[in-house]
Design a protein around this ligand. Structure first.
Ligand code: KIV
Length: 270
């Protein structure tokens, strides 16, 4: 980690103080500079790059080498933000593979933390990574790497049993040593319930206003993603009107997350 970068402990203090954490994805150095200037606390090199940069229709084709390449570009411009990188599909199918790939993402990519999707069968991989001294961010709810099993991009955890399972998964991640978890596309009430039940920092994307922080795919925020925008995202750039640029849009996002103005009820799920 860069000596000037925010630590996980600093983010957990923000949770304790009720200060919202602003997170965005980035895939290159120029955008990272905009995020740094706006005071984003966490930058995620997401495997969403498979869709928004590489043009695939899912995140599944993304490789560890792709993630290392983009993470390096971001790491070069990163100053203060904590830098998280996604472990791509099929890069953590067993403990040994997970540890070796996580070590590459940290050493070659320059990340501070790796993110893995799921709990249950993934806990062994997570434990191996944490035992190697690498901090881990979890990801629950809608898991884009399991999109085929989930049958599409659908809200998760609506039924009581599924909601209870997700809370148990969050607690299992915490017990394994995970400090932060992304909650994607779940009812706002469940986002609130999990956030209140764990000491990890929860980062929501379509998980309601009560999570400890919020994340968006940068290209959605800038209106660059073609086609229909997901309900939980907001095109801050277009909504600002003519004459505004990337910096102003990212600053508006950070301000809206900090004030609790974003996400609004229309960005959430029941
Ligand atoms: O890959 C990604 O960008 C992500 C965010 C949507 C949380 O995982």
């Amino acid at each position: 980690m860069k000596p000037t970068a925010l630590s996980v402990e600093a983010l957990l203090k923000m949770k304790a103080a009720g200060e919202k954490i602003a997170v965005l994805t980035a895939y290159d150095a120029s955008m990272t500079q905009h995020l740094e200037n706006a005071g984003v606390e966490v930058i995620l090199v997401g495997d969403s790059l498979g869709m928004v940069v590489q043009g695939h229709d899912s995140t599944l084709p993304v490789t560890v080498d792709d993630m290392i390449y983009h993470c390096r570009l971001v790491a070069r411009a990163r100053q203060r933000a904590l830098l998280i990188v996604d472990m791509p599909y099929h890069s953590y199918t067993c403990a040994e593979e997970a540890r070796a790939n996580a070590q590459r993402l940290i050493a070659e990519g320059g990340a501070d933390m790796v993110k893995l999707e799921g709990a249950g069968p993934v806990l062994e991989a997570i434990t191996a990574i944490i035992d190697a001294g690498i901090p881990v961010c979890g990801h629950l709810g809608l898991l884009p790497q399991s999109i085929e099993e989930l049958g599409g991009y659908k809200v998760q955890g609506r039924e009581q049993a599924a909601a209870d399972r997700m809370l148990a998964d969050a607690q299992a991640l915490q017990a394994a040593g995970v400090d932060m978890v992304v909650l994607e596309c779940i009812p706002s009430s469940l986002g609130k319930r999990i956030t209140g039940a764990v000491s990890m920092a929860t980062i929501g994307i379509g998980a309601g206003p009560d999570c400890d922080g919020q994340v968006l795919v940068l290209y959605d925020l800038l209106g660059l993603t073609p086609g229909k925008r997901p309900r939980f995202s907001k095109d801050f750039l277009t909504e600002m009107g003519p004459g505004k640029g990337i910096s102003e849009a990212v600053q508006a996002y950070v301000k809206a997350v900090k004030s609790g103005e974003f996400p609004a009820p229309e960005h959430g799920f029941k």
